[in-house]
Design a protein around this ligand. Sequence first.
Ligand code: TZP
Ligand code: MG
Length: 211
Amino acid sequence: MNNHDLKLYFIMGSANVHKRPPLEVLEEALQSGITMFQFREKGPDALTGQAYEIFAQSCQKLCKQYHIPFIVNDDIELALKLGADGIHIGQDDFPVAVIREKIGDMLLGVSVHTKDEVHTALQYAADYVGIGPIFATTSKSDAKPPSGTEFLQQVRSEHPDLPIVAIGGIDESNAQLVFKAGAHGIAVISAICESVNIKDTVLTLTSIQPS
Ligand code: TZP
Ligand code: MG
């Protein structure tokens, strides 16, 4: 992974897409230039069992076709079974140490909200950290209150080389602020899933420069 892979990190599960088949949305996002993808199948209507695995495999296949890293949210067993490029975990999941032990060299992303969490993530060689929600979001039911860019700026100044992706309520109107605060990239659900023109959205989001 390099820092550019974080530039526009698209996250999606079937519950995030309402008007079109999710795989169609993913393929359009890939064609338009997303740089990383996270499979995040959550919520009361989430697929389970075989349908869940088949959907994950289909997403992975598309990502391979476009040479984009395929990251699995939370589910280590699935990530290992499919040979995903990486796994992303939050603080409510297994301790980072246990995950690193299980996944070996696979990419590891960790959501962090405090300096201690950043240190633990670094201790177990997280490949990147996710910081957010920066702005209000409706895509995560148990999201913490929006943090703004202050914590992101602090982490950037204390860890100049740490790959950071910012998340939560990021869209074309505020992405610039987030890059300015020191993020290498932005992770988005609704900005792409609810876009009326995915191509335009992706082009706009990928062309934003820090200043
Ligand atoms: N973690 C923190 S905020 C969030 C996740 C998964 C949801 C981001 O979705 P959106 O629609 O881009 O605000
Ligand atoms: Mg999680």
